[in-house]
Design a protein around this ligand. Structure first.
Ligand SMILES: [Zn+2]
Length: 206
């Protein structure tokens, strides 16, 4: 039985959710009768900066895998710095699992991947927020320490200040705060994460 063109037909009838993609992967080296093509679904990369070195990386991951005698082999996602970049993908599995290579089956896999992408986003933002809370907590402790001889409160404030309105870090704007960009957000406003001193103090009491 030849599946030539059939899977492409499935995809051509699809309207995939934004940020998800699907393609038919063919075995380039072996007979398609023996090793039929597979549909692979993937998403945009969950961030646009390398989590290790901070360099910008494309969100678009394009073709992720090749098919070799029935097994899907991912291409290297290793960044120049050595970090393995995350890429979310899934093949559309065989019949009987609810993931058949039908438009609905493909959409189901795409929706699952989007769920995983979103929970990765929530986890990532919570990790950043936790780090900011730790850094601001340390700065507030330092500000509370008694001044040594010759030290001024201005000098102490300067010591803990690491940022300003333009550059991420700790600074005082009325009260103390810390902020950072979440590298996973393409939109600059959505990328902003701010932790206020009042939040850290409330956290310490909780
Ligand atoms: Zn890197």
């Amino acid at each position: 039985m030849s599946t030539d063109g059939k899977l492409e037909d499935v995809l051509s009838r699809l309207d995939l959710p934004v940020g998800t993609y699907a393609t038919v992967v063919h075995d380039q080296a072996n007979s398609p009768e023996e090793w039929p093509p597979r549909i692979v679904v993937w998403t945009d990369r969950p961030y646009n900066a390398c989590p290790s070195c901070g360099q910008q990386v494309p969100r678009d991951v394009s073709l992720l895998v090749q098919l070799n005698r029935g097994s899907l082999e991912p291409f290297s996602q290793q960044h120049g710095c050595g970090q393995w970049l995350d890429a979310l993908w899934e093949p559309v599995r065989g019949a009987g699992e609810g993931y058949e290579a039908t438009p609905d089956g493909v959409l189901r896999v795409a929706a699952e991947l989007l769920d995983r992408l979103n929970s990765a986003r929530v986890d990532r933002r919570e990790r950043i927020r936790a780090r900011l809370r730790r850094e601001l907590t340390a700065a507030l402790h330092r500000l509370d320490e008694p001044l040594k001889e010759g030290e001024t409160s201005e000098g102490r404030a300067e010591e803990v200040t690491t940022g300003n309105e333009i550059d991420p870090g700790i600074y005082r704007d009325g009260d103390w705060l810390i902020w950072a960009y979440d590298p996973g957000e393409a939109d600059i406003d959505a990328a902003l994460i701010t932790v206020l001193a009042s939040e850290v103090r409330a956290h310490a009491r909780a």
